[in-house]
Ligand binder design. Structure first.
Ligand SMILES: [Fe+2]
Ligand SMILES: [Fe+2]
Length: 306
C-alpha cells in the first residue's frame, strides 16, 4: 500500500538536557553518548499515536484489526505452524535483503526500507557499546521475523506480524496502545482470560506466557531452533522488544520472574536505539556489511531453517 509522507524534517538535537519523548525510569545508563533526536522521519515526536497526520489513520486501523483478531487460540496456532521452521532456508543476510521490500504500517515513525532501520539501530549501539558484539547482531536481526509479510511465507497481514505485542490468556492491560479495540476481541468475553493473571500463576516467567503473534516471537523461534549461540539476553530482547506495555509502561510485572527482570535492563538499552535510530541518518551498507557477516558467522549457522 502507498502511504503519503510529508517531506522529512531532520532535527537532530544536540542538547542532552532537552526533553525526550519518554522518561526513562531505571538506573542503568542508557545514554552511552547516543544523541536522541527530537523527531522522527516525519518531523513528529516518536511513538506519538495521536498526532494528526495521514499516517495516523493507517496506524489506528492497523491496531483495530490487530486487537480484534489476536486471540489466545490464534496465537497458539501460529506459533505451532511457524515453529516447525519449514517455510524457507536462507542465511541471515539473505533475510535482511528480503525484508527490504516492506514498510511497517504499525510504526508511526518509520517510512524507509527495513534494512536501513536494522543497520541504523545496530550501528548506533555499536558506537556506544563497542564490546557487546552480541547486541550489535541482536539489533541487526531483531525485526527479521517481519519476513512473514513476504508472499513466500504466506503473505501474512500486517496485523499479525508487526505492532506492539501483549500477553493473551489474561486481561488486556489498559496501557496497551488503542486499548479500546479489545472490546471486540472474543477473548474479552472469556471469564478465564479476564482476570489480571488469567490462566497464569504469579511470577511464572514471560517464557511461559503466550504473547500475541508477531515478528518478535517468530524470530525468537528461528534463532532458538537454529541453535544460535547468542546469550539469553539477546533472545529476550528479540522476543519481547515489541512488548511496550511491559518494558515501557511497567505493566504485567506479576508475570515476570527474577531472570526476566534482570534481562529487562538490556531490553531498555536496546529499545532506546530501536526507537531513536529511526531518523534520517544514513548507513553505508557496503562498508559495514563485512563486520555484520563476521558476527553472523560467530553466532549462527551459514544457512537457517525459517
Ligand atoms: Fe520490531
Ligand atoms: Fe525495530
Amino acid at each position: 500500500m502507498t502511504v503519503i509522507v510529508p517531506e522529512p524534517v531532520l532535527q537532530v538535537n544536540n542538547n542532552p538536557n532537552s526533553e525526550t519523548v519518554y522518561e526513562e525510569q531505571h538506573d542503568l545508563n542508557l545514554d552511552g553518548g547516543f544523541i536522541v533526536p527530537d523527531s522522527n522521519a516525519f518531523g513528529h515526536s516518536f511513538r506519538d499515536y495521536e498526532k494528526e497526520s495521514k499516517r495516523k489513520a493507517v496506524v489506528e486501523e492497523f491496531y483495530r484489526n490487530n486487537h480484534i483478531n489476536q486471540t489466545y487460540e490464534f496465537a497458539k496456532k501460529k506459533k505451532e505452524e511457524y515453529g516447525k521452521l519449514q517455510k524457507a532456508k536462507m542465511s541471515i543476510w539473505e533475510c535482511c535483503e528480503l525484508l527490504n521490500e516492506f514498510v511497517d504500517e504499525s510504526d508511526p515513525d518509520l517510512d524507509e526500507p527495513q534494512i536501513e532501520h536494522l543497520l541504523q539501530t545496530a550501528e548506533a549501539i555499536r558506537r556506544d557499546y563497542p564490546d557487546q558484539d552480541w547486541l550489535h547482531l541482536t539489533a541487526l536481526i531483531h525485526d527479521l521475523g517481519k519476513v512473514m509479510l513476504h508472499p513466500s511465507f504466506g503473505e501474512e497481514p500486517q496485523w499479525c506480524v508487526v505492532g506492539d505485542t501483549f500477553p493473551l490468556g489474561c486481561a488486556f492491560n489498559e496501557s496497551i496502545v488503542h486499548h479500546q479495540y479489545f472490546k471486540e476481541n472474543p477473548d474479552s468475553q472469556n471469564p478465564n482470560f479476564s482476570t489480571k493473571l488469567g490462566i497464569y500463576s504469579e511470577n511464572c516467567g514471560l517464557a511461559n506466557v503466550t504473547m500475541s503473534w508477531g515478528h518478535d516471537e517468530y524470530m525468537y523461534l528461528v534463532a532458538k531452533g537454529n541453535n544460535t549461540t547468542l546469550p539469553p539476553a539477546a533472545l529476550f530482547v528479540i522476543r519481547f522488544h515489541s512488548f511496550y506495555a511491559m518494558h515501557r509502561s511497567g505493566a504485567y510485572s506479576c508475570l515476570m520472574n527474577d531472570e526476566d527482570k534482570e534481562m529487562l535492563k538490556w531490553l531498555h538499552v536496546f529499545n532506546k536505539y530501536d526507537l531513536y535510530s529511526k531518523s534520517k541518518v544514513r548507513v553505508n551498507q557496503e562498508e559495514v556489511k563485512p563486520y555484520y557477516l563476521s558476527l553472523i558467522k560467530k553466532y549462527f549457522p551459514a544457512e537457517l531453517r525459517w
